[in-house]
Design a protein around this ligand. Sequence first.
Ligand SMILES: [Zn+2]
Length: 123
Amino acid sequence: MVLKMSKLACPCGNILRDCGQDDTDSNWGYIIKNKEWFDYQDEVSKILSGLFEAYKTGKHIEWIKNNCPIYSDQPLESIISDIMTRLNLELGVCYAKCNNCNSLLIQSNKHENKYTRFKKEEL
Ligand SMILES: [Zn+2]
């Protein structure tokens, strides 16, 4: 599989967008291992607990400046979204579905631009 400039070439000749290029494209996504998902949930819970605890003690402005300096003057929703997005970037491997041959291309390893193709077979 060849990856050039955020494009992924399926062996059938179709060119696909790489993960993260368009969040409205339903032909790609991530496959997340159970352990990664539960670790993610634990980390989000820990961080949000810290934020809520800071609110209870009136130290939330300081907490936000220390943990989300870019968003220090943003609404709480933006701050939480930023936290979740930062943690989410490390989750899973990418998959893309070819809309020409219906193959599924799955990233071989996280942080590698190698993909394995799985052809569609009805069971
Ligand atoms: Zn294809």
